[in-house]
Design a protein around this ligand. Structure first.
Ligand SMILES: Nc1nc2c(ncn2[C@@H]2O[C@H](COP(=O)(O)OP(=O)(O)OP(=O)(O)O)[C@@H](O)[C@H]2O)c(=O)[nH]1
Ligand SMILES: [Mg+2]
Ligand SMILES: [Zn+2]
Length: 275
């Protein structure tokens, strides 16, 4: 496979269907990749101006989130959702480590659940430790191919291990000192967890560099902003500081959450992460 024309670091990704010439019973050479129904792509962390395919041909993407040990920021969640919107892949928010939440933590989770459900996303709370919510999770996975993504240490592999006997993905503890995972999973791999049900475990990511989204396109990937597109006083409004901006007005009346608007602005400012 030629790499240089495409500027991707991996020409073939987990989930791809390929044509292969078998040389013997165990080895062969990939000749071609069958057209993908979809894929998720991000900015490569290793090579400038290159992208990296996370996975192809998936039905949904689950972002595994923890409010602590390690902490997942709203900025990360919103970036992930924008990426999924831009690839038209349904996203699922899975908050793990419910067992570590105190009453305030649960309340904060409920607030986030309400906010993100308003936007049309499914949100669940699980614990690989106490197995709370695992039935729910399993139900949402049934009959689909699901990508698991999120920071290192949030419990992607631990959750996967619970989904089917025989899966034995390595897991390891979050460092006490810095509260971060140790990048235990090193490559993406797909597992069958039930009939017609596949789950892709992936290495933890620090941040998700958005790929190839133009400034004027970005708001299209915020469901709550879509209806205000074209409503600003100036038709070239960047929604940053212009008078008569419908986005800012919607934020002041509570139709757009301040954190979502701020994350929108930070994605706009973060030019390098998108081009
Ligand atoms: N308390 C608690 N700990 C959990 C839970 N789920 C996972 N863990 C722990 O979190 C640590 C990290 O879990 P992993 O499954 O290795 O995390 P990962 O997301 O696969 O991390 P990478 O492979 O590095 O991306 C392990 O020590 C798990 O035992 C949970 O629900 N509650
Ligand atoms: Mg892992
Ligand atoms: Zn505007």
């Amino acid at each position: 496979m030629r790499l240089d024309e495409e500027k991707v670091t991996n020409p073939v990704a987990v989930g791809d269907w390929v044509e292969i010439n078998l040389e013997n019973e165990e080895e062969g050479v990939i000749q071609d990749v069958v057209d993908r129904s979809n894929y998720i792509i991000r900015k490569s962390t290793r090579k400038k101006r290159h992208s990296h395919r996370l996975a192809a041909n998936i039905d949904q993407a689950a972002v595994i989130i923890t409010l602590a040990h390690p902490r997942t920021s709203l900025g990360f969640i919103d970036r992930f959702l924008v990426a999924c919107e831009s690839f038209r892949i349904p996203a699922l928010l899975v908050f793990n480590k419910a067992d570590l939440l105190d009453a305030d933590g649960r309340e904060y989770y409920e607030e986030l659940k309400f906010d993100y459900e308003q936007l049309g996303y499914q949100v669940i709370l699980v614990s690989a430790e106490s197995q709370e919510g695992m039935d729910n999770f399993q139900e949402l996975l049934k009959g689909k191919t699901t990508l698991l993504s999120g920071h290192s240490g949030v419990g992607k592999s631990t959750l996967l291990n619970l989904l089917a006997p025989g899966i034995d993905q390595r897991t390891s503890e979050v460092s006490d000192a810095v509260g971060k995972g140790t990048h235990t999973t090193t490559f993406a791999e797909m597992f069958k967890v039930a009939e017609d049900t596949y789950v892709i475990d992936t290495p933890g990511i620090k941040e998700l560099g958005l790929w190839d989204i133009a400034d004027e396109e970005l708001s299209h990937y915020f469901p709550e902003m879509r209806k205000y597109i074209g409503e600003c006083r100036f038709n070239n409004c960047t929604h940053i500081h212009e008078p008569g901006c419908a986005f800012r007005e919607a934020m002041e009346t509570g139709e757009i959450a301040p954190s979502r608007y701020e994350n929108y602005l930070s994605m706009l400012a973060d030019d390098d992460n998108r081009r």
